[in-house]
Structures are given as structure tokens and as C-alpha cells.
Design a protein around this ligand. Sequence first.
Ligand code: NPG
Length: 371
Amino acid sequence: MRIDHLEMRWVRLPLVAPFRTSFGTSYDRDTFLVRVVTDEGVEGWSECGAEPEPLYSSEFLAGAELVLRDHLMPRLVALGDRLAAHLVQPTLAPVTGHPMAKHVLETAILDAQLRATGLGFADHLGSVRDRVPAGVSVGIMDEIDELVAAVGGYLEQGYVRIKLKIEPGWDLEPVRVIRETYGDIPLQVDANAAYTLLDAQHLARLDEFDLLLIEQPLPEDDMRGHAELARRIRTPVCLDESITSARDAATAIVLGAAAIINIKPSRVGGYLESRRIHDVAHAHGIPVWCGGMLETGIGRAPNLALAALPGFTLPGDTSASDRYYRTDLTEPFVLEDGHVRVPTGPGTGVDVLPDVLEDVTISTSTIPWRA
Ligand code: NPG
């Protein structure tokens, strides 16, 4: 495959409501999109998962842009005609870290490659379902009443699983109230690394609420701590930030640090590594589910394809477009009976809506695919 040029487009989409986590509050979705255009005019699109600030992980948007342009792209350009999606990861391996920058590049290339052959992400990855159950992630709120109302609204819309963001000072009480108000719903919590092992006894008090899982209670690099915590609490421990590769997944599983894994393609460097994590987990009988980073339809579409693989046995943060945006960048994904349909067309199976794109664009730059 030959690429003619790459376009980077910075966009800002207002969220329908602020989204607060233990690492900060988002009012908008700020990111950049990558569009590659082949010499035959086929396009490939993707969306960067990084945040404006390095709070969720060490990556951030401006850094990802720089790494992509100055360190990643030149290595792929050097492949010449041999460029293919499966060669992106090994070619970029000498660059340490930066999975989100690698992901956005690999995904755009994979999209163009699949569009050129007419194959969709779902068939390419090995998906086995045509729709996936949708969960929803509910942010930290100022008042418990607000949370109760928000969760009630999502349940009414049909979401099949609720995830509550927690942090010290916003954990036992919100979980208790949601359990008492809505009974036996599938419920889980996400701490985004806000606790330490010293909080083990406190976190054990969540056991009585029969949660599906507690996600990433401890810091990203505390694999041993998660293994120890898993021995001290009954709620299954799920890892998100700690897992950046199939090798991390193998380590976490063998150490007993993860009973469940959240797979986010941008956190792990792309869809091909996501599939390898899925395969490792599946072989060990460890359930996985697909996380979200407030993606627009561009990033959501391939996430849905991934979430349709056989080992994705828990509902993901794969909500409908209107949970995030009044107007999505693609035709909106809608909730049908608690599920979202997996796109079937070539590549990601979705097309960008040019008018919406123009409205949300902050700046665009085009880089020729040449040394
Ligand atoms: O539905 O896309 C979604 C959001 C799910 O809670 C969610 N994402 O920590 O998993 C997370 C969180 C997140 C959002 C992380 C933005 C990083 C950026």
C-alpha cells in the first residue's frame, strides 16, 4: 500500500454533560483525527485517544502529535510499498511507549487497507456478533441525588450495565444508594488508580454490594499491589491503565492481579494488540470488555467490532452517540434493546459527516508521506 499524504485535524466537540473522574473533569472532547489518503484515493480515518493533559496516562495530545510526526511517521515512510497495518507495530517498536500515538497511526492505515479490499474491521478481527450489549460510565457528581437521576435515565434508555466512577470520599455511599434505589442491576465501579493498598480494608467494604468488578483501584505500575488487593477483597479486580500489551495481560493473569481486563485499543497501541490481549485472556478464561474514551463515531465504530469478539463477555463502555454528543461526527450509534449494532461496511464501516466535521474543526495540517 502506498500513502500519498496524512492529514491531522484537531477537533473539539462539546459533551452533552460534563464528565468527572478521579483525574479531572471533561466538558468537551478535544482530540485530533488522522486521515491517510492512499495514492489510489482511498481514505483511512482514526481518532487519537490521548487527552489534553497527561492525567489518565503519561500521554497527551500535543505530545502524541509530535511523536507521530517526528518519530513514528518517518519510520513508516521508510517502509515504502511494503507498508501494511500488521507491520506498523514491529516497525515502531524501537520507539519506547506512546501507544496512543501508535494506535492512531496503525488504525488509520488499517482502515485504508481494509477499505481498499472491501473488508470490515469486524470480519478482519474475527468478530462473532452483530450487536453488542451496551454499558454506560457515569461520572462523579456533586450530589447523590444527581447521580440517582442520571443512572435512572440511563436505565430507562435500556443500558444493561452501569459503571460508577469512584474516588476517596465518593465510593461506598453512592454505590449503596444506587443499589438500594435500583436493586439487582449489573453494577461496577472504576477508580482510575485513585487508591493505594493502604485502602484495602476500606475497599473491602464494597464487597457487600455484589459488584461485577472494581476497575483499576491502584496506580498503573502497581501490579503486585493489585494481586495483593485481589486476595483481600471479594469484588473481582479488573485492570485498565495497567494493561498496555498482551505481555502485561499475561503477567497480570499469572500474578492474580486481574480477574477481568478492560481493553481499550488506544491504550494498548491498536486493534491488533487488542486482539492479542483478547486471545491471551480468552485462553486463560479471563473475561474482557471494551473500554471507552469518549470516542466519536470514528473511534466508536472499530471499538464495536472489537467488542464483538468471542471473549468480550461483559458489556463495555460502548454507549450510543447521544450519551456523549448532540451531533456525532458519523451517523449516530443508537441503543436498540440495550445493544449497539456492529458496523459491517468496509473498514470501520462509518463515514465522516463533512458538515459536522467542519463545524468542530479547530485546525488542519497536511503532511506529505515522504522522507
Ligand atoms: O463511555 O467512552 C466512554 C467513557 C468511559 O469512563 C470511561 N472512560 O477511565 O475508562 C476511563 C474513562 C476515560 C475517559 C479515560 C476519557 C480516559 C479518557
